[in-house]
Design a protein around this ligand. Structure first.
Ligand code: MLT
Length: 271
């Protein structure tokens, strides 16, 4: 991993390849390694950047309040620090997708294509927000074991039953990533997720090619909801990945990479 100073933090990131820049933004509470099956493949044609977000993986926490907007600001700062001035293709999963909407809203000139995997546009309902706050309180109460509690709570919702049976080692690896992350950061980010924007009203104004990818059995970002997001975006397309859940890029990388490469090829003139 490389490290670079951005705002009040040191961002850890991987970068590889030549060509148009492609930013891979991980979900919650994960790190860049969830993209490992995309990183190598896409780097044969693109300049791929996979950072750890503020407070996750090897990136420092800094002192700014955590919010989707702050994560987007950090990514903007990362591009500045890497002297990447041309518009990027932004690819996020779940929370990385929530940040993607904010990134588009705040830095529209910086982005020429959007790939949103297993994500939602609506904000939390009051019930969901309350659930997150309760979870944050339980994690904080557990102290250093809070991350293991979060891992056990989240894991059943991340993978399909089929993936749990066929790729148990990937499930175990992801559990280690969650259990190894900072419990304070998990709790703080739950609060930030609970108060994130509803991006649904923005969708008709997203005037760049946008690919929506969803696992057939995604229990967090349902396929019907993602199809509706694609319908609301003027140049939106939707693809379902069969047999997988919320972690589609990790569960069935070959299928996801094929869809991403097709989309990049078809929309290359937009960037
Ligand atoms: C994620 O995968 O980033 C989270 O499941 C997002 C969420 O909790 O809404």
């Amino acid at each position: 991993m490389l490290q670079i100073r951005v705002n009040d933090i040191e961002i850890a990131y991987q970068i590889r390849g030549e060509g148009k820049p492609l930013l891979l933004v991980h979900g919650f509470p994960l790190d860049h390694s969830m993209w490992r099956f995309q990183f190598e493949v896409l780097a044969t044609q693109y300049r791929v950047i996979a950072p750890d977000l503020r407070g996750f993986g090897q990136t420092t926490r800094g002192s700014a309040d955590v919010s989707m907007q702050q994560f987007a600001n950090d990514l903007n700062g990362l591009l500045d620090a890497l002297s990447i001035r041309e518009p990027i293709t932004y690819c996020g999963l779940s929370m990385g997708g929530y940040i993607g909407w904010e990134f588009w809203k705040s830095y529209p000139d910086r982005i020429c294509r959007l790939i949103q995997c297993d994500t939602r546009s609506i904000g939390d309902t009051e019930l969901m927000a309350r659930g997150r706050r309760q979870m944050a309180a339980r994690i904080t109460k557990q102290g250093p074991n809070g991350s293991a509690l979060a891992a056990d709570g989240m894991l059943p919702k991340l993978f399909s039953n089929y993936s749990a049976q066929t790729i148990p080692e990937r499930v175990a690896q992801l559990r280690n990533v969650i259990a190894g992350s900072d419990p304070h950061m998990i709790a703080e980010t739950q609060h930030a997720l609970a108060s994130r924007h509803d991006a649904t009203p923005w969708l008709p104004n997203i005037n760049i090619p946008t690919l929506l990818i969803c696992g057939e059995h995604d229990a967090i970002s349902p396929a019907d909801e993602m199809r509706a997001i694609a319908d609301a975006i003027p140049d939106g397309t939707f693809h379902i990945i069969e047999n997988v859940g919320h972690m589609a890029p990790l569960e069935h990388p070959q299928a996801v990479n094929k869809v991403i490469r097709q989309f990049l090829h078809q929309t290359d003139s937009s960037c």
